[in-house]
Design a protein around this ligand. Structure first.
Ligand code: ZN
Length: 326
């Protein structure tokens, strides 16, 4: 008899595996190293083994597993089970689902990791009971998942939610995507560190040089935040730009979609209330209409880095319920 559901959230350095029963009770969670440099076959092999292990360690058999959900970084064709591109894994046009189906003999579904994390917040976290929200992940890059009318919105090519690449500075700095002036080029940890390094290399004075003993490679968002707290001009400008540009993007989204909630996660969200309070200061009437303002809450993601695995589990459940990956 099929009694269990499993999910895997794959990241560039680690992947997390979760096992639950069909009633949704969590049985176990494990973490393993991705070791992307060893190639996709080995990574997928280790992911499959993690399923076998988590079942065995909890006295369960593979034939008792009903479905598996996967959150995979980058762009996915989730219908065909193909990872179109995942830069941090070095995967291009890779068939992901077939090896899992072959090895485990069960339905397996996948989606983009940020969207899957959004599903996690929808089912188990800060999005519970909220029908229209966006879950924004601010880390090395900036991604988002949109929930509209209670459903995850993917878009016809599965690319909805590329918030990191909306324009916030006309003809601004180049972005890794090939465009210019993208939100990600300023407000992601990659963007913030880039601006710090470039400005100091151009001769701008900053405490950050002293804080990193002149090794600019050691600049992190944490260093920028600390330097800003100590009154450093460059660091303060970078922090203020980050708050401002994220807020511009959020105002645009609220005006466009009349969302009830903005959920903020990812490494930068560890700043907590300081970040949320600044965003709340920006996202006010008259930037957004008062009726929108009254129903809006801006909150931190509840599940943190576990959102992805909970979402993968929710994806497996959806698949079982016959609703497909969306
Ligand atoms: Zn871009």
């Amino acid at each position: 008899m099929r009694k269990y559901l499993a999910g895997i959230d794959l990241g560039g350095t680690k992947f997390a595996t979760i096992l639950a029963d069909l009633d949704g009770n969590i049985i176990a969670k494990t973490k393993n190293e991705t070791r992307a440099a060893e190639g996709s076959d080995r990574v997928i092999g280790r992911m499959i083994q993690s399923i076998r292990d988590i079942l065995a360690e909890n006295g369960a058999r593979v034939d008792e597993l009903a479905a598996l959900g996967l959150g995979i970084p980058g762009q996915q064709d989730s219908e065909k089970g193909i990872c179109i591109s995942a830069h941090n894994l070095g995967w291009v046009n890779l068939q992901v689902l077939e090896p899992f189906k072959e090895a485990l003999g069960i339905p397996v579904v996948m989606d983009n990791d940020v969207r899957v994390a959004t599903l996690g917040e929808l089912k188990y976290g800060a999005g519970r009971g909220i029908r229209n929200f966006i879950c924004i992940t601010i880390g090395t890059g900036i991604g988002s998942g949109l929930v509209l009318n209670g459903q995850l919105f993917k878009g016809p090519a599965g690319l909805a939610g590329e918030l990191g690449h909306i324009n916030v500075v006309p003809d601004g700095d180049p972005c890794l995507c090939g465009s210019r002036g993208c939100l990600e080029a300023y407000a992601s940890s990659y963007g913030m560190v880039r601006i710090a390094k470039e400005s100091i290399s151009r001769g701008e004075k900053s405490l950050m040089e002293e804080m990193t003993q002149g090794d600019l490679e050691k600049i992190t968002p944490k260093v920028i935040e600390e330097a800003s707290d100590r009154g450093d001009k460059l660091a303060t400008r970078i922090m203020e730009d980050m708050y401002k540009y994220i807020s511009i993007a959020i105002c645009d989204l609220i005006n466009l979609l009349n969302l009830e909630r903005v959920i903020i996660g990812g490494g930068i969200s560890n700043m907590g209330d300081k970040l949320l309070d600044r965003i709340r200061e920006y996202v006010v009437y008259p930037r957004i209409p008062r009726p929108s303002q009254e129903i809006l809450s801006i909150v931190r993601a509840e599940l943190g880095e576990e959102a992805g695995m909970y979402g993968a589990l929710a994806l497996a459940r959806k698949c079982l319920e016959g609703k497909g990956a969306n």
